[in-house]
Write a protein that binds this ligand. Structure first.
Ligand SMILES: *[C@@H]1O[C@H](CO)[C@@H](O)[C@H](O)[C@H]1NC(C)=O
Ligand SMILES: *[C@@H]1O[C@H](CO)[C@@H](O)[C@H](O)[C@H]1NC(C)=O
Ligand SMILES: *[C@@H]1O[C@H](CO)[C@@H](O)[C@H](O)[C@H]1NC(C)=O
Ligand SMILES: *[C@@H]1O[C@H](CO)[C@@H](O)[C@H](O)[C@H]1NC(C)=O
Ligand SMILES: *[C@@H]1O[C@H](CO)[C@@H](O)[C@H](O)[C@H]1NC(C)=O
Length: 738
């Protein structure tokens, strides 16, 4: 496919009537309820924030406007030998809804050019800006006026809109998109169908569906939108592909005001599969508690995973499949070239895992490579859409032009001079050899790992294409060519009998599925329980609790100083909470004497009154507990000052500060203190160092001999100290040891 596709206009919506049901008995007198909980876009910026976006809309009918569009030849996704038949309808199935959905999906897949153009963020409204700025804001490092910023942005967007559907050609999409196993695709499609069914008729008084679709997103600095900004005023979250995907779903699939998807955003800076693995128990636990499963999991961590020496990606995928066998897992491959000399740097292993576990794939590395090799495509775009204009300053430069994902590791100033990251703090500069010419608006480094908004839009469109494709196959819209060998081999995969890496390698990627100790504020015996008050003011009796029965509830959670108490709220978010400076709580966790422990703590991050947490550990042996004269002593009120910051930023007793503040909403976060540090895992270095200094180093020296030795470390005490002088609330929900 060369050249541009015709631009098609969306037709007015067709009325969709559902005659097969009569729900008037269930109707509420209320006409239209619009519940819209939008996250503030900034909640994701910062350290490891998790945010939830729930958009709930009710309206009158399905949008199937796209089904009115003229048909064009379908880009085939993959030719596989087996044909699957349209699935059997459930007895309560609704052919009308199915038909409408299929028409809508097929039409969207067939008419990529008809997808709505990108609209400049400032024309979309207030939630698109960096918080606490307004339409007059611009970054003075890169622009001299807001008009300059706006006019560059609008020009680039116009160019992008002109070429976008000529860039992601059917050939490229075929190269990069694979549907994965059919079973999860069917589950996903069924849930969407039920949702459409329950709201899809010509009235606005429908019963809301029981449960929205849940889509979980994981990813790294690229996913959170580093360097992403149509203008320098656009918020990174609004610019990054997940939010663009949300907009695409709204535009193409979900009726207006009808979006019913709960997005769980887990992406964080530098997140690799290893970090997902660490948080896996709390992620899975959260869904189990709510008795729901995610419908789709989008994994976008390849830039970080490329640097790892262990098969964390495979271990994570296995854990997801084990817990959520019905969930569509989409493995997104970033177009950043695999650069390291690590064993995982070559994409063959990744493709093997995708294939072995039947993952759905959206592969931007494959698409970017093919696009570079197909110089006809870029030549054609330059000739037809840029009137032969060249973006090169040297006539005989033959470096391929990138249309999807910039490969150059440097930017260029307006005069053509190369700008490396250290030169990129000010001035007018552009992504190198990239079309459309896109100006730098943000200060992040690594232009190839942190490409512009243009790449984010391509990724959103590619993932949207992948989702629609999974839905089409899952709905059985028409007979599709499909490789069901992925599914027939799944029996052995589901039981985890086979793997790509060796069993030993996988086992070394430890995921704590069965904690040794789990102290959960919302489970018995902690619910409503008054915690043991071991507060001691007088230092001479500090440690007097040492003989307390360690396994008892009373000893497991103890108030060491101040105002910690068990509380719960209207949304059943139970926890141990403190508002007072100087309050200390202690959790006593059993650890194994023959394995180094991994400790995790789940706590609330929140806006308004929430502050940071300071944590420390202490290793405890039986001898410590039985001989109060031993060096062991609990931390109490007299020790609070030891957790105050010194001038050099350290504390007298080794400790770590955890960020408890969120711009908006109250959401959990899990801090993990791993027994081992994967060399690629920059996110866990500080946590590991603390555990090493306080616990691991002692265990490594004392546990070496006889396990019966009463010097052996049997417990780890986790202390949380409230050192906040304002914004002082802290709330802890779950603590585990493995
Ligand atoms: C959609 O919601 C907006 C406000 O959120 C409202 O103004 C508009 O009328 C709604 N549209 C429909 C079709 O219900
Ligand atoms: C190009 O522009 C940059 C930034 O303004 C400047 O530092 C550099 O000297 C210029 N190079 C030439 C060859 O003019
Ligand atoms: C805990 O005990 C200390 C010392 O007896 C006392 O001052 C404090 O009020 C108690 N705190 C709670 C929450 O009961
Ligand atoms: C709160 O949690 C408890 C324990 O899990 C459960 O029994 C109770 O039904 C929950 N209440 C609400 C309102 O969800
Ligand atoms: C672990 O902690 C011990 C004790 O503080 C220290 O001597 C050692 O250097 C630490 N190991 C690393 C790798 O930092």
């Amino acid at each position: 496919m060369k050249g541009s596709l015709p631009m098609l206009q969306l037709q007015p919506r067709r009325q969709h009537h559902n005659h097969s049901r009569n729900r008037s008995d269930h109707r509420h007198p209320v006409v239209v309820v619009v519940v819209r909980i939008l996250t503030h876009p900034l909640v994701l910026v910062g350290l490891g924030a998790v945010y939830v976006l729930i958009v709930t809309r009710y309206t009158t009918k399905l949008k199937d406007a796209a089904s009115q569009l003229p048909a064009r030849p379908t880009p085939t996704i993959r030719s596989f030998p087996t044909r699957i038949q349209p699935r059997d309808r459930d007895s309560d199935g609704d052919d009308d809804v199915d038909g409408a959905l299929c028409r809508q999906i097929t039409s969207a897949l067939d008419n990529f050019a008809s997808w709505p153009d990108v609209e400049y963020h400032k024309d979309r409204g207030q939630y698109t800006l960096i918080p606490d700025t307004d339409n007059d804001y611009y970054d003075e490092s890169y622009f001299t006026s807001v008009e300059e910023d706006d006019s560059h942005a609008r020009a680039t967007i116009a160019e992008f809109n002109k070429i976008r559907s000529s860039v992601l050609t059917p050939q490229l999409l075929k190269e990069g998109i694979q549907p994965g196993r059919i079973h999860p695709a069917r589950q996903f499609a069924n849930r969407l169908r039920r949702l459409a069914d329950s709201i899809g008729a010509d009235n606005n008084e429908r019963q809301p569906p029981q449960q929205p679709l849940i889509i979980a997103v994981f990813g790294s600095s690229f996913t959170i939108g580093s360097n992403c900004g149509e203008s320098s005023a656009q918020d990174a979250v609004d610019c990054a592909w997940p939010q663009r995907l949300i907009r695409r779903l709204d535009e193409l699939l979900l009726p207006k005001n009808h979006t019913w998807i709960e997005w769980r955003m887990y992406q964080e800076n530098a997140q690799g599969s290893v970090n997902i693995a660490q948080k896996m128990p709390s992620i899975i636990d959260e869904y189990k508690q709510r008795n729901v499963t995610p419908d789709a999991i989008l994994l976008d961590n390849t830039i970080i995973d490329a640097g790892t020496y262990r098969p964390w990606f495979e271990a994570t995928v296995r854990a997801f499949i084990k817990s959520f066998p019905d969930t569509v897992i989409i493995s997104i491959v970033d177009g950043k070239p695999f650069f390291d000399d690590s064993p995982r740097s070559d994409t063959a292993w990744l493709h093997q895992i995708q294939r072995h576990y039947g993952l759905a794939v959206v592969d931007f590395e494959a698409m970017a490579l093919l696009q570079r090799h197909d110089t006809g495509l870029s030549d054609n775009i330059m000739k037809n859409l840029y009137n032969g204009r060249s973006i090169r300053e040297v006539e005989d430069d033959t470096t391929p032009i990138d249309l999807i994902w910039p490969q150059a590791t440097y930017m260029k100033f307006a005069n053509g001079t190369i700008a490396y990251d250290e030169d990129c703090d000010s001035g007018e500069m552009y992504w190198t050899n990239f079309v459309p010419l896109t100006r730098k608006t943000k200060s992040a480094n690594y232009p190839d790992a942190h490409p512009s908004w243009v790449t984010h839009q391509h990724v959103a469109d590619g993932v949207m294409f992948g989702l629609l494709n999974s839905l089409k196959i899952g709905l059985g819209c028409d007979s599709v060519d499909y490789d069901n060998s992925l599914d027939s081999s799944f029996e052995s995969i589901a039981s985890m009998k086979t793997s790509v890496a060796t069993k030993e390698e996988i086992d070394a990627c430890f995921i704590c599925e069965e904690p040794l100790t789990r102290i959960d504020a919302k489970s018995p015996p902690y619910v409503g329980h008054t915690i043991a008050n071991l507060t001691v003011i007088d230092n001479s009796v500090n440690g007097a609790d040492a003989t307390a029965e360690p396994q008892s509830t009373d000893g497991t959670v103890a108030l060491m100083c101040g105002d910690w108490k068990w509380i719960t709220d209207e949304r059943n978010r139970s926890g141990w909470q403190s508002d007072e400076y100087g309050s200390i709580i202690r959790f006593r966790l059993r650890v194994s004497t023959d394995k180094l422990p991994t400790i995790s703590m789940t706590y609330m991050k929140s806006h308004d009154t929430f502050g940071d947490l300071r944590v420390s550990f202490q290793a405890v042996s039986m001898k410590d507990l039985n001989e109060p004269s031993s060096p062991f002593s609990s931390f109490g009120c007299n020790d609070v000052h030891k957790f105050e910051l010194n001038n050099d930023g350290t504390t007298l007793i080794p400790s770590l500060r955890l960020d408890g503040y969120l711009q908006k909403f109250s959401l959990w976060e899990t801090a993990v203190f791993p027994a081992e540090l994967d060399e690629s895992d920059v996110n866990a270095v500080d946590a590991w160092n603390l555990l090493n200094q306080t616990v691991l180093s002692r265990m490594m020296t004392t546990n070496s001999g006889d396990n019966r030795d009463d010097n052996a470390v049997e417990f780890v005490d986790l202390y949380v100290i409230n050192t906040n002088k304002f914004l002082s609330r802290i709330k802890i929900q779950v603590v585990t040891s493995c």
